[in-house]
Design a protein around this ligand. Structure first.
Ligand code: KG4
Ligand code: ZN
Length: 334
């Protein structure tokens, strides 16, 4: 088969990104315009502002990506687009840009689920081995997905309420850390002691998670300490929270690896950048003798390279969309 160059476009949340990837594994060029600094002032992503920023950025980002690759759109074989899940207004901006290019230049349009993108970020690093377990942890997702072959996904479990990244960000806000608080809690956790007692979430036989109880426990603890005039030891609270949150994931992942005969574990999504999770996953996979892959930091958070990489395998699976493709704010990965 001849080399295939896919232009990926991602705009599901607060990053406008375009990348060109060769054969699903080699990044040729990438551009990311992040809106973090704009949303910081509001303590989280404001959907309306996010969509407007995407409108401002999308053409510039795509043009810059082609320029960096020294390629024209005629050199591109197909266009991969995140159709969902995410913020509907944000998704629509990327989708309309992708559809317009596909229509004008007569290129196949490949619909990519955002989580498939996070999983395939790993194919930029290492070949995926099956049966594979993908732990998808981000601001919007906490899911355990099993794959027995390329582009076949089976959800084993997921969060029943908050996503882990969302929980990190909300806990961070209570202790006055700037958005996105996840990385800041991670940093503090390294220097703190696990001296606060917090409830361990959902210890049952399923592969599901629950983080809202843990989040509420932290909020109540901070509130009570404040009322008593006690100062919060933020690093200790971060360490205690991280310990409980990460252990609850590790417990379920361990069970899934053993019960499902898993050979390869990959961790995907923004929270894959978490040092506590990385360390714990390394220890666990070593103990159970399975392969672990975690993408480098730049591919952990939202980017179009992962969308173009997933798009290649989606294309091989025959997933081509018509121009009636629509964005979906919610959608399960199948
Ligand atoms: O995948 P992502 O870029 O966007 C979504 O699709 O949600 O993930 C962003 C999330 C945020 O909640 C952020 O706080 C969290 O990932 N995050 C972290 C770390 N780095 C990013 N959470 C904990 N520890 C980190 N080191
Ligand atoms: Zn994401």
């Amino acid at each position: 088969m001849k080399d295939m160059y896919i232009l990926g476009i991602e705009s599901s949340c607060d990053e406008t990104s375009a990348s060109i990837v060769k054969n699903g594994t080699e990044e040729i060029s990438t551009v990311i315009s992040s809106q973090i600094d704009i949303h910081k002032d509001y303590g989280g992503v404001v959907p309306e502002i996010a969509s407007r920023q995407h409108v401002k950025n999308i053409t510039i980002v795509i043009e810059e990506c082609l320029e960096k690759a020294n390629m024209g759109i005629e050199d591109i074989d197909a266009i991969a687009i995140t159709y969902g899940p995410g913020l509907i207004g944000s998704l629509l901006v990327g989708l309309e840009a992708a559809k317009t290019l596909a229509f004008i230049y007569d290129k196949p349009l490949i619909p990519v689920h955002h989580i498939a993108g996070h999983i395939y970020a790993n194919s930029l690093v290492k070949e995926l081995k099956f049966p594979l377990l993908a732990i998808v942890v981000s601001g919007g997702h906490t899911e355990i997905i099993k794959m027995t072959e390329h582009y076949k996904f089976e959800k084993l479990g997921g969060t029943l309420d908050d996503a882990i990244g969302e929980c990190y960000d909300k806990v961070a806000r209570v202790i006055n850390l700037e958005y996105p608080g996840g990385p800041k809690i991670d940093k503090l956790a390294k220097i703190g002691n696990k001296s606060y007692k917090l409830p361990i979430p959902l210890q049952d036989d399923s592969y599901n998670f629950s983080f809202s109880g843990l989040k509420s426990a932290v909020i109540n603890l901070v509130h009570n300490e404040n009322q008593r005039g006690e100062e919060i030891r933020t690093a200790d609270l971060a360490a205690s929270f991280q310990d409980v949150a990460i252990s609850s994931i590790i417990t379920k992942v361990k069970k899934a690896i053993i019960n499902e005969g898993i050979k390869n574990v990959i961790v995907a999504g923004g929270v894959a950048a978490n040092s506590g999770l990385r360390d714990a996953m390394e220890k666990l996979t070593e103990e159970l003798n399975v392969d672990l892959s975690i993408p480098p930091m730049k591919y952990c958070t939202d980017n179009a390279t992962m969308i173009a990489a997933a798009g290649y395998y989606a294309y091989l699976d025959g997933r081509i969309a018509g121009l009636d493709l629509n964005s979906k704010s919610q959608d399960t990965l199948v």
